[in-house]
Design a protein around this ligand. Structure first.
Ligand SMILES: Cc1ncc(COP(=O)(O)O)c(C=O)c1O
Length: 393
């Protein structure tokens, strides 16, 4: 079949997560649903808050005229105003609706931003381990993904980032709390990234955007304040969604916020709207924009995710697994007890445990566990995790 070679190539190489998901279906057929412990997908387990579903029910029976029509491309002014208000309160900066664009999830937003920024062969830096789709989004818009390293706590190594920035660097993507590690970057790291970007912009007489992908911003298990990027670099953009914090992954609703401190934000705003339109997004779904408008203060019951994190982290480390304790999101990224992560993941599979090798996220020697699953999956898996560990140690 005459599928584009680039797509064929990517499909052959790409998705470990999809591979594990498909193998899981087979294992479930053989052993029965309740005997397979599937940690492969990052699908939110928790249902949306009641306020959201009540609001949605009201909207579907309302007679608001024009609710289902086209609206201005960046989204309903009322939704953007509510989000701007909420984000201003969260970040301590004054953000207006003219800096907010509603999007089809974070994925849609990231593509709109990259399409707006990249010339062919421009470089975009991501930190390993990373959300693997980044590389595809970058290549969608003819850019080149460059991988920078993180330390043993999965925090960016600034000296390595410095080496990776060239005169072709157009953007740096950060993701905190992180998929796949769950680690949240401290404010000092964001500040050092901002300082380095300014130094390198001067060196190369260039402009570099800092893009912060934040779908897990509200899934944080400590009282630590979330460090916003805007004050650390003026050319910066936040992209996020309600896929995880409101449990709406299937509804494809999110937003972009441009930095109120970026003097060129109006040009970028128009470019992103145009890009999203020509990518076929046109606007984020109307009903969802309205449905999330009045629930910006709501979040799924993160206590439940925290309990799962604690149970799994405590048990795995007791068994001997080495793991950085995640600050947020719903992933654990332990070291594999043998260097070959693909091999260890296949050993876990023999105990009906499905995880994803670190290689799939650009960092071999680790594996990802998505603990956004029912308690019986977590509890039932511990025996297999123990036996798999003991077979290689
Ligand atoms: C780090 C990261 N960015 C972006 C996305 C895409 O999110 P959305 O469903 O909002 O498009 C995900 C989804 O898992 C993610 O983990």
């Amino acid at each position: 079949m005459s599928i584009a070679e680039s797509i064929q190539h990517i499909m052959e190489q790409s998705s470990w997560i999809r591979k594990m998901f498909e193998e899981g279906i087979e294992l479930k057929k053989i052993h029965g649903e309740k005997n397979v412990f599937d940690f492969s997908l990052g699908n939110p387990l928790l249902e949306p808050p009641k306020k959201f579903t009540d609001n949605l029910a009201k909207l579907t029976t309302s007679n608001i005229k024009g609710l289902h029509r086209y609206m201005p491309n960046p989204g309903f002014p009322s939704s953007r105003t509510e989000i701007a208000k909420h984000l201003s309160k969260e970040s301590g900066l004054s953000i207006s609706m003219d800096e907010i664009i509603m999007t089809t999830g974070a994925a849609g937003g990231l593509n709109g931003i990259l399409k707006s920024l990249l010339n062919p062969d421009d470089e975009v830096i991501v930190f390993a381990p990373f959300f693997v789709e980044y590389l595809f989004y970058i290549s969608n818009h003819k850019g080149k993904g460059i991988i920078a390293d993180t330390n043993e706590k999965f925090i960016p190594i600034i000296s390595d980032l410095e080496k990776k920035i060239t005169n072709k660097t157009k953007a740096i993507i950060i993701n905190s709390p992180n998929n796949p590690t769950g680690v949240m970057y401290p404010e000092s790291t964001i500040s050092r990234i901002g300082t380095l970007i300014k130094k390198m912009e001067k060196k190369y007489n260039s402009e570099i955007y800092l893009i912060s992908d934040e779908p897990y911003r509200k899934l944080i298990y400590s009282n630590e304040k979330y460090p916003f990027i805007f004050k650390h670099h003026s050319r910066s953009v936040i992209v996020t969604s309600h896929s995880k914090d409101l449990g709406l992954a299937g509804e494809r609703i999110g937003y972009i916020s441009l930095s109120p401190l970026d003097k060129d934000r109006t040009i970028l705003f128009d470019a992103i709207i145009f890009s999203l339109r020509t990518l076929g997004h046109v606007n984020a779904t109307a009903l969802m924009q309205k449905a999330v408008e009045s629930v910006q203060n709501e979040v799924v019951d993160i206590k439940i995710y925290k309990e799962k994190r604690d149970f799994l982290y405590d048990n795995l480390t007791k068994l001997g697994y080495e793991c950085v304790k995640p600050d947020g999101a719903f992933y654990l990224f332990p070291k594999t007890p043998i260097a070959d992560d693909t091999k260890f993941v296949s050993i876990l599979q023999q105990y009906n445990i499905l995880t994803v090798p670190g290689k799939g996220f650009g960092k071999g020697g680790y594996f990802r566990i998505s603990y956004s699953v029912e308690d019986w999956v977590i509890e039932g898996s511990i025996k297999g995790f123990k036996e798999a560990y003991n077979t290689v140690k």
